[in-house]
Design a protein around this ligand. Sequence first.
Ligand SMILES: Nc1ncnc2c1ncn2[C@@H]1O[C@H](COP(=O)(O)OP(=O)(O)O)[C@@H](O)[C@H]1O
Ligand SMILES: CC(=O)N[C@@H](CCC(=O)OP(=O)(O)O)C(=O)O
Length: 293
Amino acid sequence: MNLDSHIRKADVFLEALPYIQNFRGQTFLIKVGGSAMEEQSLVESLLRDIVFLEAVGINPVLVHGGGKAINKAMKDAGLEAKFIAGMRVTDAETISIVEETLARVINPDLVKRIKFLGGRALGLAGTSVFQGKRMLATDPATGEEHDVGFVGEVVDCNTEVVELAVAGEVVPVVSPVAREVGSANTLNVNADIAACALAKKLKAHKLIFLSDVLGVMRDPKDNGTLIPTLNTDFVGQLKREGIISGGMIPKVDSALDALRGGVGKVHMIDGRIPHSVVLEIFTDKGIGTEIVL
Ligand SMILES: Nc1ncnc2c1ncn2[C@@H]1O[C@H](COP(=O)(O)OP(=O)(O)O)[C@@H](O)[C@H]1O
Ligand SMILES: CC(=O)N[C@@H](CCC(=O)OP(=O)(O)O)C(=O)O
């Protein structure tokens, strides 16, 4: 046995102590995008981080996306996926594919895997948590508004079951759909918007978006320079210039909305880096892009 290497391991482990002491009892809303769920070993590393957080007394709440899996299911059904400003154009056929993919494939799979890792988890359909109303998608360059069908924004969240789960040391795993206020319709909600609404309602200490990029980039196509900190004015400028586009638009908008709504901190990190959540939470420097007001 090499005693030195064991002691080094213990040192590394104990570096987390002040963070654990600081964050115990606080809620961390983690949004995992479909683009960070492509590689199974990375999903496992993320879920292991989440089980670890729960085990040390931090309260992780997971909101998942599934855009890529929905694209595939649409393709299998002979439908073409179309997005405007990061929002899926969602007709009646599409919303049933969205619901089916989230409720039957992605959500139960995440719950099962958390349990397999020794954690406890509760899968929740967003329709039992989010109340929504229809929204239009706004083109960031022209300001033009587009009808995108059964797509909603969140007007309120029913957090009773989520809070009961958290109190019982169970990780809530929530899908991004809402019940339309005043009807029985299901609305498709961009998962960043759903995560933001829930983080605000739960007064989360931190909201973390995991995606398939290092953070917000100056030249995303080139995997160019990472922007470590981004504020409201800079977000506006980068959106107008088209540097922030597509799926990054609802992410930055939700990040700012969450901060205005009282969420303590918002970070965008790279789900392709194993254990990125633990690295972000238990190190001083953190990784990815921090959004500030
Ligand atoms: N400035 C930018 N920096 C980083 N990514 C960007 C930027 N502008 C657009 N994107 C795109 O946003 C994508 C992330 O959004 P999205 O595909 O919806 O992911 P998720 O499934 O995680 O929500 C990136 O893969 C990238 O293609
Ligand atoms: C309205 C809208 O766009 N809804 C999203 C919901 C899933 C999602 O947001 O998934 P990601 O986090 O993987 O992008 C969609 O249909 O793709």
